[in-house]
Design a binder for this molecule. Structure first.
Ligand code: ZN
Length: 179
């Protein structure tokens, strides 16, 4: 187990399109170890998600874990999602009505910005046994999934800011923008 270094905005790996893993790779000891380290890293920094490019691996692995007592975000109990590890995930929009949220990112340290995304999505992915799985999500969990899966395509939330005036350091966000 290890806490991994998180790549910060400006590091080229965050802008690369990550590659799919083969089923054999997904089941390999190396990938299982990477996933364990990613989980430990996400927990250490209080993230609700983490994608492999953020820890310098350009492969399509993303984690999501939304706990209702997360220190970084105000989260309702209905929005809790248990630890989910997604390999080779693809998003399909089910409802493109915009849902807005002040997003943060462990790779854009200390900042929050207002982004709107489709409110409901389906995600097709492989689990740790390389078996196909599907999840549907709405509202905040849909934000988190789309944010993490964007990382696999080299996209960051700062690319999707609705208005650059709704972009702030965490302290100023809490003081002037939080509801
Ligand atoms: Zn992020």
């Amino acid at each position: 187990m290890a806490i991994l270094k998180v790549a910060q905005l400006g590091h080229p790996i965050l802008r690369k399109v990550a590659r799919d893993l083969t089923p054999d790779e997904i089941r390999s000891t190396e990938v299982r170890q990477l996933v364990q380290d990613m989980l430990e890293t996400m927990t250490e920094y209080g993230g609700v998600g983490l994608a492999a490019p953020q820890v310098h691996h350009s492969v399509r692995i993303a984690l999501v874990e939304i706990e209702s007592d997360n220190p970084r975000y105000q989260i309702g109990e209905d929005d809790a999602v248990p630890v989910t590890v997604l390999f080779n995930a693809r998003v399909t929009v089910l409802d493109d009505a915009p849902f807005g949220f002040w997003e943060g990112c462990l790779s854009v340290h200390g900042l929050r910005g207002y982004v709107e995304r489709p409110s409901k999505v389906r995600v097709d992915y492989l689990d740790h046994d390389a078996k196909p799985q599907v999840i549907e999500a709405e509202g905040f969990p849909a934000v988190v999934l789309q944010h993490e899966l964007d990382h696999l395509d080299g996209v960051l939330y700062v690319d999707k800011l609705v208005d650059s005036k709704q972009f702030a350091f965490v302290d100023e966000f809490a003081r002037y923008h939080a509801e």
